[in-house]
Write a protein that binds this ligand. Sequence first.
Ligand SMILES: [Cu+2]
Length: 340
Amino acid sequence: MAPGRNHPGRVIGPHPASRDDRPVSATLAETRPGKHMAWIPGGEFLMGDERFYPEEAPVHRVAVDGFWMDDHPVTVAEFRRFVKATGYRTVAEEAPDPADYPDADPELLVPGSLVFRPTSGPVDLRDVRNWWHWTPGACWRRPEGPGSNVGGRELHPVVHVAYRDAAAYAAWAGKELPTEAEWEYAARGGLEQAVFAWGDAFTPRRRRMANTWEGEFPWQNLRADGWAGTSPVRAFPPNGFGLHDVTGNVWEWTSDGFAPHPEAARWPCCVPRNARVDDATASGEAIPRKVIKGGSHLCAPNYCLRFRPAARQGEAVDTSTAHIGFRCIVRGPAGEPSAR
Ligand SMILES: [Cu+2]
C-alpha cells in the first residue's frame, strides 16, 4: 500500500454475494434501510493499534457481520426532526438528579453541558478545565449556551448529546448504535492496520482528509482545514466504505462499555465474532462509561492524536459536550442485502 494514497480500500472480508443474477448494487439499493446509509460488508480485521496509546493495545483479530451504517454523523437537522416528532428532551436540557451527584454543589445541578473555549495562550495540558467549561443552558440547539443557536449549522453533526440521547434517536429511526468493533471495522474502510481512515499519511498530496485541530492546542487554531469548530458533514472525502467524517469533526458514541481490550485477545483460540461489551461499569467509576470513537475537531498532534480508527476513550454516559455526536447502523435480517 503506497502510504497516503487515498485508494478505494481493500476489502478484507467476503463481498456480499447476490442470491440471484442481478448485480449486487441493485439488490443493495432495494434493501437500503434509509437514505445516506452505506453497506459495510462483513469480514475480519485487526482491531486496535500498538503504535499510539496503551488503551488501543493489543491488536487483535475480530470478525463482524455486514451492516448498514449512516454515511455521516447525525446532523442538527436530522436530530431536530426527531425532537419535533417526539418532544424528546436531551440529558443536557434536564437538571441532573442530586441522588447521582451527592457531592455536587446544588447550584451546579442545573441543565447544561460542556462547552469548549480556547485559551489565550499555552496552558497545562493535563487539566482539561483550562478549556472545558460547564455552561448552564448549553444544549444541542444552543451549543455555546444561552444566546447561541445552530443557525447555519443544520448540516453540522449534532453535539451536546449524551449516550441516552443517541440511543433514543437511534430507536426512533429504527436503527441502533454500533458496537466498538463494528465502528472501528467500518472506519478503517477496508485498510488493514492503516494509521488513518484513508491510509498512513496524514495529508496525502497535501489534502486535508478530516476536521482536526491545526496549531498548538488549545490556544492556536490555524484552521488549515477551513474550520475552527465542527464542519458540515461530508465536507471531507469518504473512506473506502463511503463513510464521511468517521474521524475528526466529532467523537461518536458506541454501544460498548469502556474496558481495556482483553490481553488474552493477543493469543486467541478463535476469532471472536460480533464482539460486544455490555458491562459499562468496568472502569469502576460511579457513572458507567461507554466507548467513544473517532476523535474530533479538537484533537491536535501536540495534545491528542486520536483522529484514528483505533483511538478510543471511555465517556460517562451522562456527559454531553461540544465535540461528541453519533451515527447509527442497521443490522440483523433487515440489514442483510442478500444470502451469503
Ligand atoms: Cu482528542
